[in-house]
Design a protein around this ligand. Structure first.
Ligand SMILES: Cc1cc2nc3c(=O)[nH]c(=O)nc-3n(C[C@H](O)[C@H](O)[C@H](O)COP(=O)(O)O)c2cc1C
Length: 185
C-alpha cells in the first residue's frame, strides 16, 4: 500500500505536522510526503500544452510525482486553514493536476489514475469557517480519483488548544489511518 501526503504547512513541528505524525504512526505501507512549501514544484501556468499533449511541459519535481499520484492507493491533503482555504503552496502544487483535466476534457483520453481512498487533515486557529478548506480539499481529491474520503482529522481551535493536545483530532487522525489501511469502521 502506498499513501501520498500533500503537506501544506510551513511549520516542521506545527499543528498540521502533529496530525500527520498521528496518521503516519498508524498507517501501513509506503508513504511519500510532499512538503509543499519546500518542494521545487512550480504552479500550473495554464500554458495549454496539455490540451494537445500528454503530461506536463514544466520539467520539475512534479514529473517524478505524477507516476506516484497515478498508482498510489491513498492520497491525503493536510493543510493549515488560511483565509478559510488550504494554504497557497498546497493549491499551487495541486494546480499541476490540471493535466489530467485537460486529458479528459480536451483530449478525450482516459485519465490514468487508479481509484483510491482520500483523506483530509486541517489545522485552524479558530477564526472563521474551515468549510471552504474542506470543500476545496474534497474537490481536489475527487480530481485525483479518490472515490471514498475517510474521517476528517481537524483541529480548529489551535489558538487555544494545540493539535498535540486535541484528543478528538488525534483520534480522528488514527481513524483516518484505519480507513486508509482498508479497515472500514
Ligand atoms: C496567513 C494566515 C491566515 C490564516 N487564516 C486562518 C483562517 O482563515 N482560519 C483559521 O481558523 N485560522 C487561520 N490561520 C491560523 C492557522 O490556520 C493556525 O495557526 C494553524 O494551526 C497553523 O497550522 P500549522 O502549525 O500546521 O502551520 C491563519 C494563519 C495565517 C498565517
Amino acid at each position: 500500500m502506498h499513501t501520498l501526503i500533500f503537506n501544506g504547512s510551513p511549520h516542521k513541528n506545527g499543528d498540521t505536522a502533529c496530525l500527520i505524525a498521528a496518521l503516519r504512526e498508524n498507517l501501513i505501507g509506503e508513504v511519500t510526503q510532499v512538503d509543499c512549501y519546500r518542494a521545487r514544484i512550480s504552479p500550473c501556468t495554464d500554458c495549454r500544452w496539455c490540451t494537445k499533449n500528454p503530461g506536463c511541459a514544466i520539467q520539475d519535481e512534479m514529473q517524478s510525482l505524477y507516476p506516484i499520484l497515478e498508482s498510489c492507493d491513498n492520497i491525503v491533503i493536510a493543510s493549515p486553514v488560511y483565509f478559510s482555504l488550504p494554504t497557497a503552496p498546497v493549491l499551487s502544487v495541486a494546480s499541476r493536476i490540471q493535466t489530467y483535466f485537460c486529458q479528459s476534457f480536451f483530449r478525450k483520453s482516459p485519465v490514468p489514475i487508479a481509484p483510491k481512498r482520500g483523506g483530509i487533515i486541517l489545522a485552524g486557529g479558530g477564526s472563521g469557517s474551515a468549510e471552504p478548506a474542506e470543500a476545496t480539499a474534497r474537490r481536489l481529491l475527487k480530481y485525483m480519483k479518490a472515490k471514498q474520503i475517510g474521517p476528517v482529522a481537524a483541529s480548529l481551535a489551535t489558538d487555544r488548544i494545540p493539535a498535540r493536545e486535541d484528543a478528538a483530532a488525534l483520534e480522528a487522525a488514527h481513524s483516518l489511518a484505519a480507513f486508509l489501511n482498508g479497515f472500514q469502521e
